[in-house]
Design a protein around this ligand. Structure first.
Ligand code: NAD
Length: 250
């Protein structure tokens, strides 16, 4: 009898950063369900999670050495770890700006630098951007870091493509996690107002895209940027115009 649902990531070794909670934890579960051997990592302690601060070259070097010894190869990396900082342009301190950049940009850079040498052709990297990377989102350090991550991803596409390694970026909109729970209620409400689907997203709506991008089903997709945001970034900020005229005659 044939298996109607073959596991799509069987035999693949995949590293997920920031996997102690939120999207990273959900992604790790989904990747495991698809047959991957997932190495979950995070700066905070969590059961089954290896401690790895994405800003630390030493941590990455140790992980790389252990993976080389244990598996010889790595087939996937999800650069998911990220932090926000909601200071506005006039208030943000350079040290906070740098700290956010270190986690959201230098972290993925180090991840790719250390793990790419272990990646055979057919491997796949997913960088987790944000709708903030496509818009003028007010938390300036976060927004600038996620725009920088787009540039990093594009360059990585170019550098790693000849070795058969794919690099794609996903841009979640408002997803219910501890990160968004830490914002004011007005933030959630305003996001829902601006989202054509009229609601927030869940971590389980993000994971299928990550599974797809790590699987061989997306073998010719690289350098792509895929919003997963209920349409938040589709309307260029003019949803309110459409909404206010909806009841008027055309
Ligand atoms: P979260 O805060 O729930 O989880 C982030 C995880 O990253 C935490 O477990 C945290 O400990 C870890 N982390 C932070 N700094 C780290 C470091 N230096 N090294 C290793 N791990 C570190 O947030 P989330 O919503 O699950 O966010 C996951 C990713 O999605 C982030 O990159 C975030 O910017 C992005 N994102 C989130 C949303 C959203 O609405 N939740 C929207 C767009 C993008």
């Amino acid at each position: 009898m044939t298996d109607r649902h073959p596991k799509r990531l069987l035999g693949k070794v995949v590293v997920v950063t920031g996997a102690a909670r939120g999207q990273g934890a959900a992604e790790a579960k989904a990747l495991t369900r698809e047959g991957a051997r997932v190495i979950t990592t995070d700066v905070t302690k969590a059961p089954g999670c290896r401690r790895l601060d994405v800003t630390s070259g030493t941590d990455w070097a140790e992980l790389t050495a252990d993976l080389r010894e244990a598996y010889g190869q790595v087939h996937g990396l999800v650069n998911n770890a990220g932090v926000t900082w909601r200071a506005r342009l006039g208030d943000v301190r350079p040290e906070d700006f740098d700290r956010v950049h270190a986690v959201n940009v230098t972290g993925p850079l180090l991840g790719m630098q250390y793990l790419a040498p272990l990646m055979p052709p057919g491997s796949s990297i997913v960088n987790v951007g944000s709708s903030a990377a496509l818009t003028a989102h007010y938390p300036v350090a976060y927004t600038a870091s996620k725009w920088a991550l787009r540039g990093l991803s594009k360059t990585a596409t170019l550098e790693l493509g000849p070795r058969g390694i794919r690099v794609n970026t996903i841009h979640p909109g408002y997803i219910d996690t501890e990160m968004t729970a830490s914002a004011a209620p007005a933030f959630r409400e305003a996001n829902i107002r601006e989202t054509p689907l009229g609601r927030t997203g869940s971590v389980d709506e993000v994971t299928p895209l990550v599974v797809f991008l790590l699987s061989d089903e997306s073998s010719f997709i690289t350098g792509a940027e895929i919003p997963i945001d209920g349409g938040l970034t589709a309307h260029g900020g003019v949803k309110s115009v459409s909404d206010s005229l909806r009841s008027e005659a055309p």
